[in-house]
Design a protein around this ligand. Structure first.
Ligand code: SF4
Length: 465
């Protein structure tokens, strides 16, 4: 490996840091923050191991599969490069990392931004020049230019029995509304068309601040979830709400939903539907009558798309409790659903709450669950055939583009395959396009382009000016 700081000054280049980012969108936002600060301090970000003088691996430590993936990624970085720092959720358990990879240079935990930067500087001295002018106002991002994750809080005050996130990331710490809005405005000014609101528990936003009022655009706003959603809805871009538990005040968000603005889409991780299982899971808002509320939301916004995730094979889950979950799913008719087989997380209370469900039964329940979820998804997507909607284009290959309507979040939901019309302009990533849905399968939609939306045409014209 070459030493970037050796040789005549004219031949020196800025030291380069390679970055491997694993885990959920919240970890991705942490990576973006670290990369932005490294760049501001004058480091280059290397696109591969060969170009890096040091590699940082941002890990996930949530479930065993994620821990394995993180340990493998550290091993790969060590094998390819040798000089590796580890950060992120798995870093909260350094013994587990050192037991397999004692040669890592240093380990820090989640959100330990200052410590990661100090560790980088200790092993790769910082260049003399800061480069803040090279870093855009919205920071450096790892998502495509037209969408961005917006993290509104850190940590979590809940104590779900299967989860160690509160141990890893600490209690709820909301960002004040004006700070979140300034970041959102900078993202929109940079060309972002869709803001994906994330946190561990978005509906709890502001509780730790006691809903402190702040000024944004010379108006007083309380740091509350509903006020934040309302303010974000004025920015003229799509706003997609993730990790929203069904607290009673979420009913108010439904009234805000309209395009462009807060999308008729809610990502609510229900995890189960049987009351005894939810009690054993210690889920927030588990006592709410969610079926009745889902029906009320849909009466108010028939186009509302609900996404959720579930765990099957939770300790002590009986066949009757699982059947209750399937029956609930039949009633709830959720549009987009993910499912996980329960996997014991070291340090989680659930491991000792009730006897483990045998792996074979978990597999069998997973299959039954997914069959039902796929049938519901197919029927709900089929009902959209013939309708018109707007699609945000993500990627383009020749005359076919892949995008998403308000009903599909990136990475986790299906896509809309858009066939562009020979007489229409070629679609580009970031375009908002009017389409007619022509076909559906279990998870994805097909559509034909009708034309660019007015906003997209205007944006192209302003780019051309
Ligand atoms: S709400 Fe529950 S599952 Fe989500 S981060 Fe908090 S404790 Fe974990």
């Amino acid at each position: 490996m070459t030493d970037p700081l050796s040789g005549p000054r004219s031949e020196r280049r800025a030291p380069a840091v390679g970055f491997v980012s694993l885990g959920c969108p919240k970890a991705l936002v942490d990576s973006e923050r670290i990369i932005t600060e490294l760049r501001t301090r004058g480091y280059q970000i290397a696109p591969d191991y060969q170009g890096a003088d040091l590699v940082v691996v941002n890990t996930c430590g949530f479930i065993d599969a994620a821990i394995d993936e993180s340990l493998q990624a550290i091993g790969e970085a060590l094998a390819h490069h040798g000089r590796v720092l580890v950060t992120g959720c798995l870093g909260a358990n350094p013994q587990r990392i050192l037991a397999r990879h004692p040669q890592v240079l240093g380990i820090t935990g989640p959100q330990a931004y200052a410590q990661v930067l100090a560790a980088v500087e200790a092993h790769l001295p910082r260049p003399h020049e800061r480069c803040s002018t090279l870093v855009p106002a919205q920071g450096l991002r790892l998502t495509p230019p037209h969408y961005a994750y917006l993290k509104i809080s850190e940590g979590c005050n809940n104590r779900c029995s299967f989860c160690i996130i509160p141990q890893l990331r600490g209690p709820l710490r909301s960002r004040s509304l004006d700070e979140v809005m300034r970041e959102a405005e900078a993202l929109v000014a940079s060309g972002v068309r869709e803001l994906l609101v994330i946190s561990q528990d978005s509906g709890a936003y502001g509780r730790d601040l006691r809903y402190r009022p702040v000024l944004w655009r010379e108006q007083r706003h309380e740091s509350r979830f509903i006020a934040l959603a309302r303010a974000l809805g004025t920015l003229g871009v799509w706003v997609r709400l993730h990790y929203v538990y069904p607290y009673p005040h979420i009913d108010e968000v439904i009234a805000l939903m309209r395009e462009p603005g807060v999308l008729p889409y809610l990502d609510i991780p229900f995890q189960h539907a049987s009351p005894p299982v939810l009690r054993r899971m210690r889920r927030p808002a588990q006592a709410e009558d969610t079926l009745r509320r889902i029906q009320a939301w849909r009466r108010e916004r028939p186009e509302l798309v609900l996404r959720s995730s579930f765990i099957v094979g939770f300790p002590g889950e009986s066949e009757a409790e699982f059947a209750e979950l399937l029956a609930w799913l039949d009633e709830a008719q959720l549009d987009r659903v993910g499912c996980f087989r329960y996997s014991a997380v070291e340090g989680a209370a659930a491991n000792t709450i009730a006897p483990a469900v045998p792996e074979q039964i978990k597999d069998e329940r997973y299959e039954r669950f997914m069959q039902k979820a796929a049938a519901i998804s197919r029927a709900r997507l089929q009902a959209r055939v013939g309708r018109r909607c707007r699609v945000l284009i993500d990627t383009v290959q020749k005359r076919r583009a892949l995008g998403r309507s308000s009903g599909e979040a990136p990475e986790i939901d299906g896509v809309v395959r858009v066939q562009s019309h020979p007489t229409h302009p070629t679609l580009r990533p970031g375009d908002l396009c009017e389409v007619e849905i022509t076909a559906a399968d279990s998870y994805d939609l097909s559509a034909r382009a009708l034309g660019l939306s007015g906003a997209a045409t205007e944006r192209r014209l302003s780019q051309a000016r």
